[in-house]
Design a protein around this ligand. Structure first.
Ligand SMILES: [Zn+2]
Length: 308
């Protein structure tokens, strides 16, 4: 497995915000302690280029974001904070996803995990949103397309709907999007009847679940709907927006999952990738705000990846 981790993600200083530096510090500590850093291949990689970012974001927004970071602008949207280190962190996060896609597509490895922040799946083409600055998973999907992947499937199991990712590919039949999320909940999108438009009608699959949904039902619905879609869609590559905020103790999200359920989820998605795209799977950290359960859930997720 390829593993992307860096202390640069600690430069995105958000103060007392739930999406805080301690998240990645604790994740990196777990990766070390549990032997992942020793066991995995750790590629050198670069920040995403403007050209890569521009495949998903407007030039005007990228300029604005760069200025905000230079000015250490603080709160730039109701939930989103920017500081002087945020540009380097956000572009390095998107760059990790692009580098992982490139190496996986070239066959250097089949699986990759990017331990990055800030998260990305709420970021819109022209605006930050919900703790997210650049939509790393969308930038990575566009990068995969540019490298010749014909069909990319993005699975998003963060407890929040990946509205930014959905919007990126709403009209694009070559990138499928399956999201399971608590509903009604932030950001308010992700109804069953949101399925894409034009040629892309049916390439967005939303699985909204109530706050009372138990772990078995959550995992069953995710597996059933994703497998049904993947059979028809036939992806060359699977990207995963891996949020861990459906954990029962998460202070921001919260559903009913316990850390070990992410073992099952990881094992399931690795098997899905084997069935449909020779195992090619790139997973990116999105949400997850409990400072102990996040690293614990992530460790379970990675164990699931390699369990087969
Ligand atoms: Zn989330």
């Amino acid at each position: 497995m390829l593993l992307y981790h860096s202390e640069i993600f600690e430069k995105h200083d958000t103060g007392t915000h739930p999406e805080c530096i301690a998240r990645i510090v604790n994740v990196n500590r777990m990766l070390e302690k549990q032997g992942w850093i020793e066991r995995c291949t750790k590629p050198n990689w670069m920040a995403a280029t403007l050209e890569q970012c521009k495949r998903n974001h407007t030039e005007k927004y990228l300029d604005q974001l760069h200025r905000w970071c230079e000015e250490s602008a603080g709160r730039v949207e109701s939930d989103t904070v920017v500081s002087s280190g945020s540009w380097d962190a956000a572009t390095l996060a998107a760059g990790a996803a692009c580098d992982a896609v490139r190496r996986v597509c070239r066959g250097e490895d089949t699986q990759a995990f990017c331990a990055v922040r800030p998260p990305g799946h709420h970021a819109l083409r022209d605006a930050p949103m919900g703790f997210c600055l650049l939509n790393s998973v969308s930038i990575a999907a566009q990068h995969a397309r540019s490298l010749g992947c014909e069909k990319v499937l993005i699975v998003d199991w963060d407890v929040h709907h990946g509205n930014g990712t959905q919007a990126s590919f709403w009209e694009d039949p070559t990138v499928g999007f399956v999201s399971i999320h608590r509903f009604p909940f932030y950001p308010g999108t992700g109804r069953v009847d949101e399925t894409g438009t034009g040629d892309a009608l049916g390439t967005t699959v939303n699985i909204p679940v109530s706050a009372q949904t138990g772990p078995k039902s959550f995992l069953d619905q995710l597996a059933t709907q994703t497998e049904k879609f993947a059979k028809k869609f036939k992806p060359d590559l699977i990207l995963l927006s891996a949020g861990f905020d459906a954990h029962e103790n998460d202070p921001v999200g919260g559903l009913s999952l316990q850390s070990e359920h992410y073992f099952e989820a990881g094992k399931w998605i690795a098997a899905l990738a084997k069935e449909h795209c020779q195992g090619r799977l790139v997973s990116l950290l999105e949400g997850g705000y409990h400072l102990e359960h996040l690293p614990e859930s992530l460790d379970a997720h990675l164990r699931g990846f390699i369990s087969d």
